[in-house]
Ligand binder design. Structure first.
Ligand SMILES: *Cc1c(COP(=O)(O)O)cnc(C)c1O
Length: 233
């Protein structure tokens, strides 16, 4: 059994145990395997272990890897999620080659993805990245501007607004991690209370996935705990 297989099994157990601990349904949390900087062979090993959803941050690397993986595991349907910063001149390949985009934080990007999503593919699933206090990256819509952006994105054809995403600054303590995720959860609950049909909270990485699950994550994005330490990026 490969290391990747063992790591995936361990994370699967953590997800189930944490879901039980915080009274979440065992199937309410989806694992997104973040394969950035790792090769097609690593994705192939994860696919062999049953993993089907993969997250990528860097467009060219992702496109090359998708082609290589398609040759290694022909006929296996994979869900590719784009989770990196988006330049407006790079939206077309994202609209063409991904099932999800987690990092939409301005209307212009959403409009381009909407216009460029090819006919014949299902609607592109969208999460809005929110800059909660202490967000590690500078990307993300501010909480104040979120409701207007959400309404505008939800109205665009060929996109399906699914929910919210955030990358809090790295914090050691579990309760501090929870407090950051609670902010995103509250914004999500408010949008739902206002009538938006959202079902996705994309939050939690290798170091804070338990806190994210405690606060209602429906997708956890896990890289190094599956594939090992990254040497760059
Ligand atoms: C790299 C990355 C991850 C995975 O981080 P790990 O700490 O390796 O689990 C998750 N989400 C985003 C947006 C990332 O860039």
């Amino acid at each position: 059994m490969s290391t990747i297989d063992l790591n995936l099994q361990a994370i699967g157990r953590t997800i189930i145990a944490t879901s039980q601990e915080f009274s979440r349904a065992p199937d309410a949390v989806q694992l997104l395997a973040v394969s950035k900087t790792f090769g097609a062979d690593a994705v192939q090993a994860a696919v062999a272990a049953g993993q089907r959803a993969f997250g990528e941050n860097y467009l060219q690397e992702a496109l090359d890897k998708q082609r290589a993986v398609a040759e290694l595991v022909p006929g296996v349907a994979l869900d590719w999620h784009f989770i990196g910063p988006i330049q407006s001149n790079k939206t077309r390949p994202i609209a063409e080659h991904f099932a999800w985009v987690h990092t939409v934080d301005r209307l212009k990007i959403a409009q381009r993805l909407s216009e460029q999503r090819p006919d014949g593919l299902p609607d592109l699933n969208i999460c809005l990245q929110v800059n909660i206090s202490g967000e590690a990256s500078k990307s993300g819509v501010s909480p104040a501007e979120l409701p207007a952006l959400a309404a505008q994105v939800a109205a665009l054809p060929r996109l399906r607004l699914r929910g919210l995403m955030a990358i809090p600054e790295p914090l050691e303590a579990f309760e501090q991690q929870r407090a950051a995720f609670a902010q995103l959860r509250q914004l999500y609950e408010q949008l739902r209370a206002d009538g938006m049909a959202l079902d996705t909270l994309s939050m939690g990485m290798s170091a804070d996935l338990r806190a994210a699950i405690a606060e209602g994550a429906t997708i956890v994005r896990v890289g190094s705990a599956i594939f090992g330490a990254r040497n760059y990026h």
